[in-house]
Design a protein around this ligand. Structure first.
Ligand code: SAM
Length: 296
């Protein structure tokens, strides 16, 4: 798991054209592994894991168990958040010696809320090819079955653990009109959904849990509906949530009526100010329209 948040640009990438299947240079392969269902290991991924000189794994014990299932005996080295300074050096040394390597995380794609980001940048800076292999990814599995718009979407990964920080992050996302995807741990799901309800409102969402495993479940509904059962939801989960829906332009005639209704208990000017604040429309225009309606 990799939780370091990076915002903004990460520096310039050197112009480079890589023809992956024409290169005979030592290569770094990014190989996804199953997110639960062990059958979701592709033939190509297995061939690459078998043929490389070494596999850099987030957790060598987990990866060894996976490799044993397929009779693969490629040597493993460890590459995770806390040893990356040394492991990146080790990997670049091996590439310099002419070796090709694969990088894997515990589940899904390396780099996607998992280690590998700094490694890939360093290897590209050194001019070696970096090749990705297709495979499992929890975010996309959840998105395509969510029932929400898949034309445009934002993958956010994990929100902050602290509610106050999390709400700030959500505030920055509140106006984005695209479907949003978050990863979350089961012990935080209730608190996170409460913050989502407070900041983003009661939107449509899907909670996809235990994807590809025997207890796989999709909970589709509004945030408040899912919140009612969230505390009982266990396992790994992905939140997919509707993007901001553009508010219709308010009907000014109806708002002027509302001003007149409010004006039964307050001054017309105050009533116009009140409705203008509620609907974020011009106070003067409302006042004039209410006056006209009153006179008719
Ligand atoms: N690299 C992975 C990927 O490509 O999806 C993500 C790794 S991230 C450390 C782990 C998070 O992914 C979990 O907390 C959960 O939010 C999500 N996840 C992973 N496997 C999942 C599954 N089988 N079902 C639902 N969510 C899953």
């Amino acid at each position: 798991m990799f939780r370091l948040k990076r915002f903004g640009r990460t520096g310039s990438l050197m112009m480079n054209r890589q023809k992956s299947f024409e290169s005979h240079r030592p290569t770094l392969y990014l190989v996804p592994t199953p997110i639960g269902n062990r059958q979701e290991m592709t033939e190509r991924a297995l061939k690459i894991l078998e043929s490389v000189d070494c596999i850099a794994a987030e957790d060598t014990r987990n990866t060894r168990t996976l490799l044993q299932m397929y009779g693969i005996h490629t040597p493993l080295i460890s590459h995770h958040e806390h040893n990356q300074a040394q492991s990146i050096q080790q990997i670049t040394d091996r590439l310099a010696q002419g070796q090709s390597l694969a990088v894997v995380s515990d589940a899904g794609y390396p780099l996607i809320s998992d280690p590998g980001q700094n490694l890939v940048r360093r290897i590209l800076e050194q001019g070696y090819p970096v090749v990705s292999v297709s495979g499992a990814n929890a975010a996309l599995n959840a998105l395509v079955a969510s029932g929400l718009d898949c034309h445009h979407y934002v993958f956010y990964g994990f929100l902050d653990h602290k509610s106050s920080h999390r709400k700030k992050e959500l505030e920055r996302l509140a106006t984005i009109p695209f479907t949003m995807i978050f990863y979350e741990a089961p012990h935080r799901i209730e608190a996170t959904l409460k913050d989502i309800l407070e900041v983003l409102g009661d939107r449509n969402m899907c909670l996809a849990r235990e994807l590809t495993k025997v207890h796989e479940e999709y909970l589709r509904g509004t945030v408040s509906e899912i919140l009612e059962v969230a505390a009982s939801c266990k396992g790994e989960m992905v939140i997919v949530i509707e993007g901001a829906v553009k508010k219709e332009d308010p009907d000014m005639d109806q708002l002027a009526q509302k001003v007149l209704k409010y004006a039964e208990t307050m001054r017309l000017k105050d009533a116009a100010a009140q409705v203008s604040k509620e609907y974020n429309v011009s106070k003067n225009q409302l006042y004039q329209m209410a006056l006209q309606q009153k006179d008719n």
